[in-house]
Design a protein around this ligand. Structure first.
Ligand code: ATR
Length: 286
């Protein structure tokens, strides 16, 4: 239960640096309107040097926020400054969702939840076979996905990264089912794999074009990309041309927003074709 002070707070935020490109206000604004909730969700740009002050004002209630989302570069600081990070955020060392409960600042990370729910929604049955997954990239987004796939029960999660040492750090962090390797191992790892996930900007400009042969993956395997601008990335285009099943990354953004909205505003929203269309039309405008 929320305490009485929190019940009167119906304001939430997304903070980052920069934050003006965030589509989260559009998503939460849509749900607020849909539920007829008298609340607000606003983008608040906070420079790294001011982040601790911002969190202090959140904790003591003076900012008037019930909580909010945190994006780059504040996710690690948000985790460190929270009173009660949950297990997911603690293992990642990063939080993207903050909320006040009984005067305490709680923190979680919903990126992995968003990733899994997007695939459950857009590619039902995608995890019927989960012997092995291949993830390209070892940045912040990759971590949450490694954690999510491990927790969904994948037998092996292979992290291939340009800087192999970064991949190795993640293998060490997430346990024996997670393995690091060089980009050169891609073809070998893809052979028989059930899932391929791109978390890098590779292929987005001509200077780093990449050719991947997905055809040796298990029949019926899925290829997905967490980059969602453009919706069908060069990697997804290649996979599709090779007859692979694909899922774009837009739903990860939509689904990761669900738990936060429920915590701040008390209603659990749904990711519908309507909200997906709303974001796609916004992407076409900018
Ligand atoms: P995010 O938090 O969004 O995941 P990041 O932490 O900057 O972003 O990570 C970007 C990832 O894309 C990294 O794995 C990076 O590889 P390095 O660890 O070697 O830097 C990868 N990446 C970006 N551009 C790349 C390129 N041109 N070729 C190969 N990998 C690239």
């Amino acid at each position: 239960m929320r305490d009485s002070r929190e019940t009167s707070l119906t304001k939430a935020f997304v903070t980052g640096f920069p934050v003006k490109h965030s589509r989260s206000p559009l998503i939460h604004g849509h749900w607020l309107k849909q539920f007829g909730i008298a609340g607000s969700y606003e983008a608040v740009e906070v420079a790294p040097a001011d982040f601790a002050t911002f969190i202090a004002a959140l904790k003591d209630g003076s900012s008037g926020f019930a909580g909010g989302n945190v994006t780059i570069p504040h996710k690690e600081m948000a985790f460190a400054l929270a009173d009660e990070p949950d297990e997911l955020a603690s293992e990642l060392g990063a939080a993207n969702t903050l909320y006040l409960r009984d005067g305490r600042l709680k923190a979680t990370n919903t990126d992995g939840y968003g990733f899994l729910n997007n695939l459950d929604d857009r590619a039902p049955g995608w995890d019927a076979n989960k012997n092995s997954a291949v993830i390209l990239g070892a940045g912040g987004a990759s971590r949450a996905i490694i954690q999510a796939l491990r927790d969904r029960g994948f037998g092996a999660v292979h992290v291939l990264n340009r800087t192999e040492a970064r991949g190795q750090e993640l293998a060490d962090r997430f346990g024996p089912r997670v393995h690091a390797g060089p980009m050169a191992a891609l073809a070998e790892r893809l052979s028989g794999a059930d899932l391929f996930v791109n978390t890098t900007s590779l292929g987005m400009d001509d200077s780093d074009a990449i050719d991947i042969d997905f055809t040796a993956m298990r029949s019926g395997a899925l290829v997905t990309d967490i980059v969602y601008v453009p919706l069908i990335t060069p990697i997804l285009m290649q996979a599709k041309a090779q007859g692979m099943k694909i899922a774009d990354g837009l739903g990860m953004l939509l689904h990761q927003a669900v738990p936060g909205f429920e915590k701040w505003f008390g209603q659990r929203p749904e990711v519908t074709p309507e909200i997906r269309a709303l974001i796609i039309s916004d992407m076409e405008k900018h």
